[in-house]
Design a protein around this ligand. Structure first.
Ligand code: C5P
Length: 309
């Protein structure tokens, strides 16, 4: 069968960022099995890149490259594949659509940085443009919420408060750029496993409060205060499952970070630095210390999923 003629550009490319949670408050579990969250997301300059090209109607495929992708199934269970099918089903006609996707991964797999959600967000945007569907960004973000709690933020980017499951978003005012160093572990952690351990350690969840001091620090661009108010209710569970994370966090603080935090459900650790120079120095020290598989310097906030030429 011949590949159908594409109505738009032959290849759509989307760049999508990783996220860290500057604050992650975890409450009780709702009827849908998800925990109530009050979180502050920030998108950072570590990106996956997804391309989408037309394929024969009904053919959906994905090929992934980059570190850790041998652990990600390139079949219908892949979150980006589910995103492509969902957008076709809702905005189709599904039977007339097909796509061949590739993903170049830089966001660590199972690293607590929403790598899978990022690819889903990229697929939603890429497919809607490739197929020239009548879907606006707000509708795509809503669709993203059906795929995973972090998908809407991967589309929005910047810095935002997330409530509900983490998918009800309000952008947050920030001043200046933040310089982060990431310590990437060699083996990932499963998000559901970390939430389960959290439930054992903290039955009923933690009290949820707006992280006012952290929001004030973001608004005023006060990195010292921001470093002091980073907080993650999942950290204890992640450290319990992976005790060496405590050494990684301690090493970063000892080497001069303004603040240290487990990113989301971990095991990636994020260190806030005073400026770019401090971030370079810290990444060199952490790299030499061998406390992580890889050390990356990133900036935040950056935009969410975007088309690139
Ligand atoms: O939404 P997502 O698929 O990314 O979530 C992965 C897992 O993390 C869920 O299956 C659930 O176990 C846990 N989770 C949760 N409460 C949230 C977000 C995620 O319990 N608000």
């Amino acid at each position: 069968m011949a590949t159908p003629v594409a109505p738009g550009p032959a290849t759509i490319r989307v760049r999508v960022p990783a996220k860290i949670n500057l604050a992650l408050g975890v409450g009780g579990v709702d009827a849908d099995g998800y925990h109530r969250l009050t979180t502050v997301f920030q998108a950072v300059s570590l990106h996956d890149e997804l391309t989408a090209q037309w394929d024969e109607p009904g053919l959906f495929s994905i090929a992934m490259s980059g570190e850790g992708t041998d652990l990600v199934a390139a079949d219908d269970s892949n979150l980006a594949m589910r995103a492509a099918r969902l957008v076709a089903e809702r905005f189709g006609p599904e039977s007339a659509l097909g796509v061949r996707m590739t993903v170049k991964k830089s966001i660590p797999v199972a690293g607590g940085m929403a790598g899978g959600s990022a690819d889903a967000a990229a697929a939603l945007l890429a497919c809607s443009v490739l197929w020239d569907l009548d879907a606006d960004l707000e509708e795509l973000r809503e669709l993203g919420g059906e795929l995973g709690a972090d998908v809407p933020f991967s589309m929005l980017g910047g810095t935002a408060i997330g409530t509900g499951r983490g998918d009800e978003l309000v952008p947050v005012l920030t001043r200046g750029a933040h310089h982060w160093v990431l310590a990437v572990a060699d083996v990932g952690l499963s998000t559901p496993t970390v939430f389960r351990r959290f439930d054992e350690l903290q039955p009923g969840g933690c009290d949820l409060a707006m992280p006012t001091e952290l929001l004030n620090a973001l608004a005023s661009g006060d990195s010292v205060a921001l470093g002091r108010h980073l907080h993650n209710d999942l950290a204890e569970a992640a450290i319990d499952l992976r005790p060496q994370l405590q050494q990684t966090l301690d090493a970063g603080l000892e080497f001069g970070a303004l603040g240290a935090i487990v990113s989301g459900s971990g095991p990636t650790c994020a260190f806030l630095c005073r400026n770019e120079e401090s971030a370079v120095a810290l990444s060199v020290r952490l790299g030499a210390e061998g406390v992580a598989r890889a050390v990356r310097r990133v900036r935040g906030p950056v935009p969410g999923a975007r088309l690139i030429s």
